[in-house]
Design a protein around this ligand. Structure first.
Ligand code: DGL
Length: 260
C-alpha cells in the first residue's frame, strides 16, 4: 500500500496518451509526468544517448519519490529499459510496438508499423518482430519529423498531413489491414489517420495494455494506493507549457516548467 506517485516519462508530450489511460484505470493514484521536450526527438539519437537521457529522467523521478516508473516512450523502452531495470530497484513498465495483437488480428497478413528510427533499429524490437511476424508481411516505416511537428504544436498542419500520407502510401500499396502505432506521440494522429486510411484498417496502439500492466504490477508489489491521501497529478516540462496544455485540455492539474 503506497500513496507515493507513479512516475511517467517520455521524450516529450507523447506519453500523455499513456498518462491518460493510467489515470482512467487508476484514478486513485497520484502521478508525476516528466516531458523531456528539450531533448526531443529521441528517435534519431544513438542507443547510448537514449540510455543516458532515460537514466537522467529516471533519477529525476526517483528524487521526486516515485514508487514505480512508466517509460511512456517506445524509443526509450526498446533502447534503455534493460539498463534501467538492472540499475534501479523500483519496478519499470515499458511500451513496445504492439506487433503481437496486430499479427493475431490481421486477415490480409500484411501489417504496417510506424515507429521511430531508434525503435525500429533496436535489438528488443527485432526480437519481438521475429517472434510474431514469420507469416506476415511487415511494412516498417520511420515516422521522421512527426514528433517534431507535434512538439511544435503543429499536429493539425498541412505539413503533417503530407508527411503521414507519404508514410502510409507503401502500406496502402501492400494492402495492410492493421497499422501499429509504435510511438506514443503517434496516438495523437488517430483522428488524422482515420481520415486517411480505409475504414477496415485497424489502428493499434498499446496505451490500454500499458495501463493494465501498471495496475497488475502495483497489485503484485503491494504498491497500489488504498490510502485516503488526496491524490495529485503534476506535469513537468523543460519545453513549452502550451503544448501540454493543449493536449490535456480540461484534465489538467499543475503544469510546471523546469530547467533540466
Ligand atoms: N514518444 C516517443 C516514442 O514513443 C517518441 C520518440 C522520439 O522522441 O523520437 O518513441
Amino acid at each position: 500500500m503506497s500513496s507515493k506517485p507513479i512516475g511517467i516519462f517520455d521524450s516529450g508530450v507523447g506519453g500523455l496518451s499513456i498518462w491518460r489511460e493510467i489515470h482512467q484505470l487508476l484514478p486513485m493514484e497520484s502521478t508525476i509526468y516528466l516531458s523531456d521536450s528539450k531533448h526531443a526527438p529521441y528517435g534519431p539519437k544513438g542507443e547510448k544517448a537514449i540510455i543516458d537521457l532515460s537514466i537522467k529522467n529516471t533519477e529525476w523521478l526517483i528524487n521526486k519519490g516515485c514508487k514505480l516508473i512508466v517509460v511512456a516512450c517506445n524509443t526509450a523502452t526498446t533502447n534503455a529499459i534493460n539498463t534501467l531495470r538492472k540499475n534501479y530497484p523500483l519496478p519499470f513498465i515499458g511500451i513496445e510496438p504492439a506487433i503481437k495483437p496486430a499479427a493475431l488480428q490481421s486477415k490480409s497478413k500484411a501489417i504496417g508499423i510506424l515507429a521511430t528510427k531508434g525503435t525500429l533499429g533496436s535489438q528488443l524490437f527485432h526480437k519481438t518482430s521475429q517472434l510474431y511476424s514469420s507469416d506476415l508481411l511487415v511494412i516498417e516505416q520511420e515516422g521522421n519529423g512527426i514528433v517534431e511537428l507535434i512538439e511544435d504544436g503543429a499536429l493539425y498542419s498541412d505539413e503533417m498531413k503530407h508527411l503521414i500520407l507519404s508514410y502510409l502510401q507503401p502500406m496502402l500499396d501492400a494492402e495492410i489491414d492493421c497499422l501499429v502505432l509504435g510511438c506514443t506521440h503517434y496516438h495523437f494522429l488517430t483522428p488524422i489517420l482515420k481520415q486517411l486510411l480505409p475504414a477496415h484498417v485497424k489502428i493499434i496502439d498499446s496505451g490500454k495494455a500499458v495501463a493494465r500492466q501498471t495496475k497488475k504490477v502495483l497489485e503484485n508489489t503491494k504498491l497500489l494506493n488504498t490510502t485516503t491521501v488526496k491524490k495529485r497529478n503534476h506535469f513537468y516540462t523543460n519545453g513549452e507549457k502550451k503544448v501540454i496544455t493543449s493536449l490535456l485540455k480540461s484534465e489538467t492539474a499543475g503544469i510546471t516548467k523546469i530547467d533540466f
